[in-house]
Design a protein around this ligand. Structure first.
Ligand code: ATP
Ligand code: MG
Length: 385
């Protein structure tokens, strides 16, 4: 893989210069091999944490002990952080977290990782090291546990959810490992002991995948979805994804989540205040015509509502996307000033509202003079003037 990033080189070579192994590991190697964007470079080394600090500082890097109890030091170069973690192996696990010990063995470090495609390492020169057979699995889009699935799940039940997450992102749900699926189904209840933060982080990634529908369907079949999001119904998800693709809209987890109609997502996934407000907006939006929704609620919400309606089977006009884009940009060509002093107080409000409603219903195409007349008439009829 391409490891030529000069900041990355500085970090890896600082460790190598001290006589230590240093590898890029996990998601960066996997995504590099797939030709995908690399979000962050995680680094794995046989250097103990104090040695990482020493060698980093000797090379002029800033060293921050961000997770020193699990062996993680963040080395910073040019303001860019690199998490460097000492090789570890599990000493004891309780289904939620592991007590780890440092090791000098790369293959032991690989054994404690979850899936073979996540246990790939790359040297500073870009050469990939594959201790557990992840390369052929990745090439075949085969998501496989490192070791025996039920054992690995009992060590950390979050791995059930990670299985469906990576399956959605990088796997082929049509050929999902039957034994792994069976283990996920058997052990699903163990997810109840996993924190909502960790579950929320995985579900956001799962639902943000290009097409999460096949994986989510398997997750529902295995009884896993019901443990995480009781009441969720993934039946319309494939149609939502199809509608997104037809319109060229990027995947976004909040709209996929809203489509599932699960009550209580805020608790279950520890949504932030803003995320939770958006779910509420999407699930409680009044059934307005789309242009009106776009004008009143804005483009973002109207877009999600339009796609969700299509996911549920509604047929929209071919130009719906252009329509909501235009509608969201409209502003009423009439203000309170235009109606004063003739109208005031409650009458003014009522007149404005009536004019606005007529304007929206007529495709935002009524000239100002007519809007003034409509506002006046509305107040006369109601006897408010
Ligand atoms: P992403 O691009 O979504 O961050 P990632 O592969 O980097 O994908 P992370 O959750 O950031 O995923 O984890 C980094 C690496 O740490 C994984 O690739 C895997 O090797 C290991 N890992 C993380 N969580 C677990 C876990 N619960 N059990 C075993 N290994 C894990
Ligand atoms: Mg990562």
């Amino acid at each position: 893989i391409d490891t030529s990033d000069p900041d990355l080189q500085r970090v890896l070579l600082a460790l190598n210069a001290g006589g230590h192994q240093a590898y890029v590991v996990g998601g960066a190697v996997r995504n590099g091999l797939l030709g995908l964007a690399i979000a962050d470079w995680d680094i794995s080394t046989d250097a103990p944490p104090d040695r990482t600090i020493e060698l980093g500082q000797a090379a002029g890097l800033k060293a921050v002990p961000t997770g020193i109890e699990h062996g993680t030091i963040t080395l910073i170069t040019n303001g860019k952080p690199f998490e460097v973690t000492t090789f570890r192996h599990d000493v004891e696990t309780d289904g939620r977290r592991a007590i780890v010990a440092f090791t000098a063995s790369l293959s032991e470090d690989a054994q404690r990782r979850d899936f073979t495609m996540n246990a790939l390492y790359a040297r500073a020169d870009g050469a990939v090291i594959d201790p557990v057979g992840g390369l052929p699995d990745l090439a075949a889009r085969r998501l496989r546990f490192v070791g025996h699935a039920p054992d690995r799940i009992r060590e950390d039940y979050l791995r059930i959810l990670r299985f469906f997450r990576f399956l959605a992102q990088y796997g082929d749900a049509g050929q999902a490992d039957r034994e792994a699926l069976a283990a996920c189904a058997d052990l699903a209840s163990g997810l109840a002991q996993i924190s909502q933060e960790r579950i929320g982080a995985e579900m956001r990634k799962l639902l943000g995948a290009a097409d999460p529908a096949p994986s989510l369907a398997l997750m529902a079949q295995a009884g896993v979805l019901e443990v995480i999001l009781p009441g969720a119904d993934p039946g319309d998800l494939a149609a939502l994804v199809a509608a997104e693709r037809a319109a060229g809209i990027a995947p976004a987890w909040p709209r996929r989540l809203a489509l599932l109609r699960a009550p209580n997502t805020t608790e279950a996934l520890r949504l932030s205040r803003e995320e939770s407000a958006r779910q509420k907006h999407l699930s409680e939006a009044p059934p307005l015509p789309l242009p009106e929704a776009a004008y009143r609620l804005g483009y973002d919400l109207a877009l999600d509502l339009a796609l969700i309606r299509q996911g549920r089977g509604a047929a929209l006009p071919a130009d719906w996307h252009a329509e909501i884009t235009a509608a969201a940009a409209e502003t009423l060509p009439l203000s309170a000033k235009d109606l004063m002093p003739e109208l005031q107080g409650a009458a003014l409000g009522r007149g404005l509202q009536a004019a606005e409603k007529a304007w929206i219903d007529n495709g935002f195409a009524i000239p100002k003079a007519d809007l003034i007349r409509i506002a006046r008439q509305a107040t006369e009829q109601s006897g408010l003037s």
